[in-house]
Design a protein around this ligand. Structure first.
Ligand code: SF4
Ligand code: MG
Length: 325
């Protein structure tokens, strides 16, 4: 399997400022020393509760946020130190994002045709307006919209149609990697499955690679090949989907999954629910040692001081926990 994206020790810290002088008094460690890779053509799911840093990580991968430290290699090229001019042909074309609310990023005064025309013009992909219009019409059909939608404005579309527009915009420059951040979370369940089916069709048609970020474990289970679990800025577990859902190893993953009903041939089964004590600590005030130790049912003495290494404990199953080291 070929690797498309290699992420090494990625960190994104935001300074916390206080007082009249706005001195930096600490850091929010939104993404804290994360490493993983994504294979060409696969879907890597990233799950975790809100505030765990998964969106920040997605944005840092494509330099919508500047990483504080670490490296991101896209197809072998380290993109972390490239200038904006050098980034254009790589990140701005080959790596695209789909957001939860595409409406927020659409210009209400621009027709869909002119919104989709902009990136084509900017990247000089076609020389004539006629060619660009053809491309846009094709694209609209590909995402399940009528070509006449070109002439409509964002407010004239439904939520599901707007997400199709978000997908069309992500596809217009023929990307290789798409990062979807809660892309179906705001949609009704029936529309959700239409959009997920569309994403799956597009993946096989265009040989796309996805990073699918969601708090919804059932949706991720449906679409992902491998799944990574984040907690408080850390990647705590990463495995093939079936291994992760059938036999989660990290105590945090076990708790997360215990809340999701499992559908089997014999009917819906509810595992015994593991209720975690306490709240997620503030990412500005990460606990020392294992970040999960303040809530972990299996905590040991070592967990309070030593950060567990993120490592492979079974084939293709990585985990950061002292229970397995
Ligand atoms: Fe729990 Fe310790 Fe494992 Fe952290 S390292 S998940 S505290 S057992
Ligand atoms: Mg988020």
């Amino acid at each position: 399997q070929e690797t498309l994206l290699q992420v090494r020790n990625l960190k994104k810290y935001f300074p916390v400022k206080a007082g009249i002088l706005q001195r930096t008094v600490g850091h929010v460690k939104a993404v804290d020393d994360i490493s993983f890779h994504v294979n060409k053509g696969e879907t890597l799911g990233i799950v975790g509760e809100s505030g765990c840093g998964k969106s920040t990580m997605g944005r840092s991968l494509i330099r919508l946020y500047e990483p504080t430290e670490g490296n991101v290699l896209f197809d072998g090229t380290d993109i972390t130190n490239l200038s904006e001019r050098e980034l254009r042909p790589i990140i701005r074309r080959k790596m695209q994002m789909i957001f939860q609310d595409p409406y927020a990023s659409l210009n209400p005064r621009k027709s869909l045709g002119s919104t989709l025309n902009e990136p084509l013009l900017a990247h000089k992909l076609y020389s004539s307006k006629k060619e660009r219009d053809e491309k846009i019409k094709d694209l609209l059909n590909v995402v399940g919209l009528h070509s006449s939608s070109m002439n409509y404005y964002p407010h004239e579309f439904s939520g599901g149609q707007r997400q199709r527009i978000g997908i069309a915009r992500a596809l217009v420059l023929n990307p290789e990697l798409i990062i979807a951040d809660e892309a179906v979370s705001a949609l009704d369940v029936s529309i959700q499955s239409q959009i997920i089916n569309l994403l799956e069709d597009l993946q096989s048609t265009f040989n796309l690679t996805y990073i699918f970020i969601s708090h919804d474990l059932s949706v991720v289970r449906h679409i992902a090949d491998r799944v990574g679990v984040m907690y408080l800025g850390k990647l705590v577990e990463l495995a093939n989907k079936n291994d992760l859902y059938a036999e989660p190893l990290h105590p945090y993953t076990q708790a997360l999954l215990s809340a999701v009903p499992v559908i089997r041939n014999t009917g819906v089964q509810q595992k015994e629910r593991i209720v975690l004590k306490g709240d997620i600590p503030s990412p500005a005030n990460q606990p020392p040692g294992c970040v999960f130790h303040t809530r972990c049912p299996a905590k040991m003495k070592i967990c309070e001081t030593q950060i567990p290494e993120f490592k492979e404990v079974k084939p293709n199953h990585l985990i950061a926990c002292h229970l397995y080291q």
